[in-house]
Design a protein around this ligand. Structure first.
Ligand code: FES
Length: 121
């Protein structure tokens, strides 16, 4: 079972939770279930307020699939390049920034950072 560790100035200390690999829950849903206050609005990849930074702690550094909405939103926020999109899609290498409502947990331990400001990562 993968560990998801949340780190934010809004939290007194890092919070690590166990997630179910293969589940279709987004990081935002995992955060909600554990009362982790990642900012969000649309929950549909369109507002960018749930921007997070993801660091792989163990396991292969792999990206979960980028949705078209996520790619478009990350591009408009200036948080992903065409090269990073290609690496994610061709080589399964995770980009640094993601949208918590679009990122599905995979079988890897990750650190999720967020500032608490909508779209602030
Ligand atoms: Fe709007 Fe994730 S909540 S993009």
């Amino acid at each position: 079972m993968p560990n998801v560790t949340f780190q934010s100035p809004l939290l007194h200390k890092n919070v690590t939770v166990y997630a179910v690999a293969g589940d279709t829950s987004s990081i935002l849903a995992v955060a909600d279930a554990h009362k982790i206050p990642i900012p969000h609005d649309c929950r549909d990849g369109e507002c960018g307020s749930c921007l997070i930074e993801v660091v792989t702690l163990s396991g292969k550094t792999m990206g979960s699939a980028l949705t078209e909405k996520e790619k478009a939103q990350l591009k408009s926020l200036g948080k992903i390049t065409a090269d990073e999109i290609r690496l994610a899609e061709v080589d399964d290498i995770a980009p640094k920034y993601r949208l918590a409502c679009q990122y599905v947990v995979r079988d890897q331990d990750i650190l999720v950072k967020f500032t608490g400001e909508p779209g602030g990562a």
